[in-house]
Design a protein around this ligand. Structure first.
Ligand code: GDP
Ligand code: MG
Length: 176
């Protein structure tokens, strides 16, 4: 029998256009949909079997253009965070560290469960951020790193990123 565990609240952050909605929809439906309203903010509930446990997730797909108060509100709400950038948009990569800094401030004194996701790996020909740069940033933030593609996710890297974040949240809860 599988144990039932409490809900895990996950929020997805990153500059508008990096593919947050596409990643969430890929994770939830295993499909890719080309266009979403970029101003839309949505929450989803999802259950997954992770390491023989049923985990219920609430996932907040932020719009990526919130003001600071809204951002802080989302940060207080969440247990774990997916920070997304687009490998073809260096500016989106540069926005990750400030988001992380704000997270650390809002969640103080806890250290915050997060994963770093480099999206749009299918667009290798217009890449602006190398895999090594992503790995370095993840190691500075002491978090897992996934380079993946919401539209061509053959290896299931998108789901792996969400699952790893759930594990990380649950590990931290266990030691508190
Ligand atoms: P959001 O603003 O972060 O939610 O970004 P969206 O999910 O709305 O995606 C922004 C644009 O990038 C849309 O045109 C998507 O079709 C496109 N997109 C998202 N993920 C990928 C991907 O992995 N590869 C490619 N080529 N395009 C993507
Ligand atoms: Mg969106």
């Amino acid at each position: 029998a599988m144990a039932k565990s409490p809900e895990v609240k996950l929020a997805v952050f990153g500059r508008a256009g990096v593919g947050k909605s596409a990643l969430v929809v890929r994770f939830l439906t295993r499909r890719f949909i080309w266009e979403y309203d970029p101003t839309l903010e949505s929450t989803y509930r999802h259950q997954a079997n992770i390491d023989d446990e049923v985990v219920t997730m609430e996932i907040l797909d932020t719009a990526g253009q919130e003001d600071i108060q809204q951002k802080e509100g989302h940060m207080r709400w969440g247990d774990g965070f997916i920070l997304v950038y687009d490998i073809t948009d260096r500016g989106s990569f540069e926005e990750v560290a400030p988001i992380r800094t704000l997270l650390e401030e809002v969640k103080k004194p806890k250290n915050v469960p997060l994963v770093l996701v480099a999206n749009k790996s299918d667009l290798e020909h217009i890449r602006q951020v190398s895999t090594e740069e992503g790995e370095r940033l993840a190691s500075e933030m002491a978090c897992a790193f996934y380079e993946c593609s919401a539209c061509a996710d053959a290896s299931g890297g998108v789901a792996e990123a969400f699952h790893e974040l759930c594990r990380e949240v649950r590990r931290r809860k266990a030691v508190q």
